[in-house]
Ligand binder design. Sequence first.
Ligand SMILES: C[S@@+](CC[C@H](N)C(=O)[O-])C[C@H]1O[C@@H](n2cnc3c(N)ncnc32)[C@H](O)[C@@H]1O
Length: 208
Amino acid sequence: MNLPEGVQYRTIGGDRTLATRGPQVSDESTDEGWRAWDPGRSKLGAMLDAGMETGLTGGETVLYLGAAAGTTPSHVADFAGPTYAVEFAPRPVRDLVAVARDRDRLFPLLKDARRPETYAHTVEPVDTIVQDVATRGQAAVALENRQFLREDGRLLLAVKARSEDVTREPEAVFEAATAELEEGYELLDRRRLDPRHEDHLAVVARPR
Ligand SMILES: C[S@@+](CC[C@H](N)C(=O)[O-])C[C@H]1O[C@@H](n2cnc3c(N)ncnc32)[C@H](O)[C@@H]1O
């Protein structure tokens, strides 16, 4: 199993779980500075727990699209380098900012991931894009943000079928999304995240 440096399996509160070391967020379970990272609440956590080759080694620069309140971005910032966290909904950004207050490598951006030109002046070239926007046009968002990814970088994408089209079979949605993705990326791995994340496809890709 290839876990990035700074991510470990630990026993916390009696459960064996993925964990990162960093400042506690709200009342989450911790043990000796290690924070439980629940793969049931994090698509990236589920990808790591499934043993996918994410290319993450620790210390990399990350662009995180769809940061929400910062649950997964907080873990990423624990083991990665500078982590630019994009979220367009003001309410979760309030929590994200609170999480970032304790983390000098986490930079919240109240921005729309479909408009990368609005944060292009702030974000440096990155080693990894983590994308979990759960919105229509998920492949297009990944293509529009490819400009930030270094040549040898990785896209770690979660595609939520229901966000694209609730009426279509998830597999048909995934086929369409990955075909579109191939306009700018080479797909290295793909895996369904069910049952932890119903009707979600995880994709590892690199820029073409
Ligand atoms: C499933 S949640 C993300 C959960 C988060 N990745 C985590 O694991 O902690 C999806 C988030 O993407 C945000 N989102 C959707 N479309 C977006 C866009 N175009 N730009 C930025 N954020 C977007 C939503 O507001 C929502 O907070």
